[in-house]
Design a protein around this ligand. Structure first.
Ligand SMILES: NC(=O)c1ccc[n+]([C@@H]2O[C@H](COP(=O)([O-])OP(=O)(O)OC[C@H]3O[C@@H](n4cnc5c(N)ncnc54)[C@H](O)[C@@H]3O)[C@@H](O)[C@H]2O)c1
Length: 254
């Protein structure tokens, strides 16, 4: 793992949902920049695989089983990360899930699942990890929202609502934690090539082509594109940045 950038040397980061997709890309990038990384995911074998890849590349990493919908799990994960890697400086709330469906065809079961993972999951992890950051000025909390939370996604109303909630929560929390010199920001991806977006677009013919027509840079984003923005927000370069939502979307929404 040879990176010329060592902005995160000596820092401990936890990335939720890091078994695959964007979270995996973030874990890789933070490790490249020198952080020790806890790969936290409900998919234990996937988390173990990402952590093993990081260790093989010379980084210090561990896998943690975490279901973000459970506050109890999140608190246990906070203990486990601290035991294995040390006090956490960087929390990345990345775990998320989506299923597209016309709102009038959705039921409460789907709403609850979407809200529990995409919004409550962020609350649980902040509640579990942030109290330990209060004595560590310069700590960073970064959540992965979505441009759907800004613009609204068709057949994606509840998910869009959750991501909008993540953005508002980010701003309010940024105000509350500023007195501790803790920065709280979010990254809002556009369309990123991951197992999640492949699963969604795979079921709808022509979906990705239609989406690409409204992306000025004319390509899907990669997990690395999101990871670069997260690494910036996690670093001392962003010490004067808080309460912000950075879209990384090829210009899809401006
Ligand atoms: N891919 C996109 O186009 C896109 C666009 C905007 C926002 N996002 C957001 O980016 C984040 C990552 O998405 P992705 O595309 O990489 O998805 P993905 O499905 O490829 O990966 C998500 C990861 O989260 C984990 N996860 C799901 N539920 C969990 C739970 N309850 N507890 C812990 N881990 C859990 C999964 O096991 C998986 O490893 C999500 O928050 C998503 O909403 C993605």
């Amino acid at each position: 793992m040879a990176s010329e950038i060592t902005r995160l040397k000596g820092k401990v980061a936890v990335v939720t949902g890091a078994a695959q997709g964007i979270g995996r890309g973030i874990a890789m990038r933070l490790a490249e920049e020198g952080a020790k990384v806890a790969v936290a995911d409900i998919n234990e074998s996937g988390a173990a695989k990402t952590a093993a890849e990081l260790n093989a590349a010379g980084a210090a990493a561990c896998a943690i089983r975490l279901d973000v919908t459970s506050l109890k799990d999140a608190k246990a994960a906070a203990d486990a990360v601290e035991r294995q890697l040390g006090p956490v400086d960087i929390l990345v709330n990345n775990a998320g899930w989506d299923k597209v469906q016309h709102f009038l065809d959705t039921d409460e079961e789907l709403w609850n699942r979407l809200i529990d993972i995409n919004f409550r999951g962020v609350l649980n992890c902040v509640k579990a990890f942030a109290p330990r950051m209060l004595t560590r000025p310069g700590s960073k909390i970064i959540s992965i929202a979505s441009d759907a939370g800004r613009s609204g996604g068709v057949n994606d109303a509840v998910y869009s609502g959750c991501k909008g909630a993540v953005m508002s929560f980010t701003k309010a929390l940024a105000r509350e934690l500023a007195r501790y010199q803790i920065n709280v920001n979010a990254v809002a991806p556009g369309v990123i090539d991951t197992p999640l977006s492949q699963a969604i677009s795979g079921g709808i013919p022509g979906y990705m082509d239609r989406l690409m027509r409204v992306v000025p840079l004319r390509r899907k984003g990669l997990p690395e594109d999101i990871a670069a923005a997260v690494a910036y927000l996690a670093s001392p370069d962003a010490d004067y940045v808080t309460g912000q939502i950075i879209s990384v979307n090829g210009g899809m929404a401006m």
